[in-house]
Write a protein of this length. Structure first.
Length: 229
């Protein structure tokens, strides 16, 4: 089996497992959900404290919401796949951060791309339109919400791009090299299984993000980390 064949097979496998799946796709425990929240806290601290991401810290001051993906895995050799689970929090009318709702983000692509990369990703949602789009069952970035991307990773330097008209701006800290592709076209969908495990009942993301939602104390550290910005 050639190197190219192995890479293509890996990329197809990642695409298959990364895209949003039905809530019954796996049995998720409350500890699984808490681990994801804890890793989200570490990721938001790492990304928002990055010295080259001053623009991210500025955007957070007026952000409507934030989606944090602690581990977004990408692989490709002309055919590519990427995906990861994360949490969405919204800013309440009082300026505080809501409880986390669980989401997944995944993408598959064909084109000039190669490599493997593991990234910590923070999507800063700047507008009500962007937040409402993410709250839909599935949203495709660039189709349902405009997007500008700021990236920092191996061989990529500290280049960032912000767009005054973008609904969502994405920042990424990457480990490993990957050439080609972006977050444009990625699909975001809710993880009902994680939400049920974390809150002990079937609950929709829109309800979780309301100030009246019964809190899970396990999210306090994450919410405190976001409150710094």
């Amino acid at each position: 089996m050639t190197f190219r064949t192995v890479f293509a097979a890996l990329a197809l496998f990642v695409a298959a497992v990364a895209l949003p799946r039905p809530a019954s796709a796996e049995d998720v425990s409350r500890q699984d959900a808490q681990d994801l929240v804890d890793r989200a806290r570490m990721s938001v601290e790492a990304v928002l404290s990055e010295k080259n991401f001053g623009s991210a810290r500025e955007l957070m001051k007026t952000a409507k919401g934030v989606l944090i993906i602690p581990q977004f895995f990408k692989a490709g050799f002309f055919v590519g796949g990427a995906g990861g689970n994360g949490v969405l929090l919204a800013r309440t009318p009082e300026g505080q951060w809501s409880q986390p709702a669980f989401y997944t983000m995944g993408a598959g692509s064909i084109g000039l791309q190669f490599g493997i990369q593991d990234s910590q990703v923070v999507l800063i949602i700047r507008t009500e339109k962007g937040l409402i789009s993410v709250l839909d069952d599935q949203v495709k970035l660039g189709a349902d919400a405009s997007i500008a991307v700021g990236t920092l990773g191996a061989g990529m330097g500290g280049a960032t791009t912000t767009n005054a008209g973008a609904d969502i701006v994405t920042y990424s800290l990457a480990r490993g090299g990957f050439a080609g592709g972006a977050f444009e076209g990625a699909v975001i969908g809710k993880r009902s299984d994680y939400n049920k495990a974390y809150y002990g009942q079937d609950v929709e993301p829109r309800a979780i993000l309301q100030p009246t939602m019964a809190p899970n104390p396990g999210s306090d550290a994450l919410r405190d980390a976001l409150a710094k910005y």
